[in-house]
Design a protein around this ligand. Structure first.
Ligand code: PLP
Length: 414
C-alpha cells in the first residue's frame, strides 16, 4: 500500500478547512531538495540546470526554483512571459516551443531570452527577424523512449526538433542569416536507463561537432520519477556519471569540451505536490462487476490517468485496517475518467483502505503535469485551489475559482 509523501493527517485537515476539497498542496522543502539533487548532476565541463516549467508553471513554484539557482526552459512564448512576470531575468530563460512565437517574439528576444529552434522553418523565421543573432536548435537524434506514443518525444514518430539527417540544412539556413549556432539541444524522454542516456549523449555530441561555435549541449529532461512504491526513480548520480564519461571521452577524441545542460520537469516537481480530495460516492455493478470509488475530483483537475493511463498513489485517510479493491473514478461524465486503468486502457482495481463516503483521499505524485495540464473547467467544475507548504505554514497560492470568475470571459451576444 502506498504512503503519504510529505502531508500528515493534521495538514490534510488544515488544508481542507482553509480552502475546501479538492486542493493541491506543494512542499517548498521537497522542491528545494529536488533542486539540490539536480544541481549536483555530475558534469565534466560545467553544468547549467533548467526547470522545464511546463511541469508546474505556477508563479510561486517558479520563485522557489529560481531561489535555488536554476534556470528555466519554456515551451511557449506565453510560458516565457509568465517567467518574466515572475521577475525571472530574461537570460535565465530559454524558449523551446513547437510553435514559433506570434505575439511576443520581439519583446522576449530583445529582453535577452535564449531561443532554441525546433524546426528548419523556425530557424529561418528567427534568422529573418534577428540576423546575426545567437541561436540554439533542437535535434531529434533518431531514437526515442517513453512508455507509449504519447510520451515518446524522439525517433521517427516524434515531430519534436530537427531530424538528425537534416542538420546540413540547419547550417545553410543559419549561414544565410548570419546566425551563430552556439548551443544544441535534444530531449527524448529517456527514463532511467543509463545506456539510453549514453546513446543519446553520443548522438547529440556528434551533431554538436558539426557546428564550430557550439559551447553547450543540452540533453533535455526525462528523468524517471517513482510515484508508485513499485516504481524506481532515476539515480541522477549514476546516469550523470555515465553522461560525464561520454563527454570526457568525446573531448579526448575531438578536443571539444562542451558544457552540459539538463532541464527536468518531472524530476523537480512530481513528488513535491499532492492532491487532496474526498470520496463522493461508492457504487457497484453487482457480483460480476466492480465496486467504484467515486472522487470529488477527476480528469478536469488531474488529467494524466485519463490521458496516459498514468498511475498515482491513492491513499484513503481513515484508520480502517480492512482493505478493499476498487475501481477509482473521477467526477466527470466520461467513462475515461478513471484513475485505475492499465496501459492497454483496461479497467483495473486498486487495493486501498476500505472507504466510506466523505473520507478524505490523497492522490500523490501530483506536482508535475497535473495542475498545469488539467482540462480546466470541464463539466464546469471550478479550477482547484493550490497551497504551498512553506516552513510548516500552508499558504494559499491559487485561490478557489468562483462561478462568477469562471463565467466572466463568456459573452451572450445581444
Ligand atoms: C524540451 C523539453 N525539455 C524538458 C522536458 C521535461 O521533461 P520531464 O518532465 O520528463 O523531465 C520536456 C517535456 O516534454 C521537453 O519537451
Amino acid at each position: 500500500m502506498e504512503t503519504l509523501n510529505f502531508l500528515t493527517s493534521e495538514l490534510i485537515s488544515q488544508a481542507v478547512e482553509q480552502v475546501g476539497s479538492p486542493v493541491y498542496v506543494y512542499s517548498r522543502e521537497t522542491i528545494e531538495k529536488r533542486c539540490r539533487e539536480v544541481s549536483a548532476f555530475p558534469s565534466a565541463y560545467g553544468l547549467n540546470a533548467r526547470f522545464a516549467l511546463k511541469a508546474n508553471p505556477h508563479l510561486a513554484i517558479l520563485k522557489v526554483v529560481e531561489s535555488m539557482g536554476l534556470h528555466f526552459d519554456a515551451s511557449s512564448e506565453f510560458e516565457v512571459m509568465r517567467c518574466l512576470h515572475a521577475g525571472i531575468p530574461a537570460e535565465k530563460i530559454q524558449l523551446t516551443g513547437q510553435q514559433f512565437p506570434r505575439k511576443h517574439l520581439k519583446e522576449i528576444v530583445e529582453a535577452g531570452v535564449l531561443f532554441n529552434a525546433c524546426s528548419l522553418k523556425q530557424i529561418n523565421q528567427f534568422g529573418k527577424a534577428f540576423p546575426g543573432a545567437n541561436i540554439s536548435f533542437r535535434v531529434n537524434p533518431g531514437t526515442g523512449s517513453g512508455s507509449n506514443r504519447k510520451t515518446n518525444v524522439g525517433g521517427p514518430s516524434a515531430s519534436f526538433g530537427i531530424w538528425h539527417t537534416q542538420t546540413d540544412e540547419v547550417a545553410e539556413i543559419a549561414a544565410r542569416h548570419n546566425l551563430k549556432i552556439n548551443r544544441i539541444h535534444s530531449h527524448i524522454g529517456s527514463g532511467s536507463d543509463p545506456e539510453v542516456w549514453k546513446a543519446v549523449t553520443e548522438m547529440t555530441l556528434a551533431q554538436a561537432d558539426k557546428f564550430p561555435d557550439v559551447h553547450t549541449v543540452n540533453l533535455g529532461g526525462g528523468f524517471k520519477v517513482a510515484r508508485m512504491a513499485s516504481e524506481k526513480s532515476t539515480n541522477l548520480q549514476e546516469v550523470g556519471e555515465f553522461v560525464k564519461t561520454v563527454f570526457i571521452k568525446h573531448a579526448e577524441k575531438t578536443g571539444n569540451e562542451y558544457k552540459l545542460e539538463i532541464e527536468p520537469g518531472t524530476y523537480l516537481s512530481a513528488n513535491c505536490g499532492s492532491l487532496i480530495c474526498d470520496v463522493d460516492d461508492i457504487s457497484n455493478t453487482g457480483e460480476e462487476g466492480y465496486t467504484f470509488l467515486k472522487l470529488n475530483t477527476g480528469m478536469d483537475t488531474i488529467t494524466r490517468p485519463a490521458l496516459y493511463a498514468s498511475e498515482h498513489p491513492i491513499i484513503i485517510i481513515n484508520d480502517n485496517i480492512e482493505t478493499k479493491d476498487y475501481v477509482v473514478c473521477g467526477h466527470c461524465c466520461e467513462s475515461g475518467d478513471v484513475f485505475t486503468v492499465d496501459e492497454s486502457d483496461t479497467l483495473t482495481t486498486r487495493t486501498v483502505s476500505k472507504a466510506e463516503t466523505g473520507d478524505l483521499v490523497v492522490i500523490e505524485g501530483a506536482g508535475a503535469y497535473c495542475a498545469s495540464m488539467s482540462l480546466k473547467n470541464y463539466n464546469s467544475f471550478p479550477t482547484t485551489p493550490q497551497l504551498l507548504l512553506d516552513d510548516g505554514e500552508l499558504k494559499v497560492i491559487q485561490k478557489p475559482q468562483s462561478l462568477t470568475e469562471m463565467l466572466a470571459p463568456e459573452i451572450i451576444p445581444s
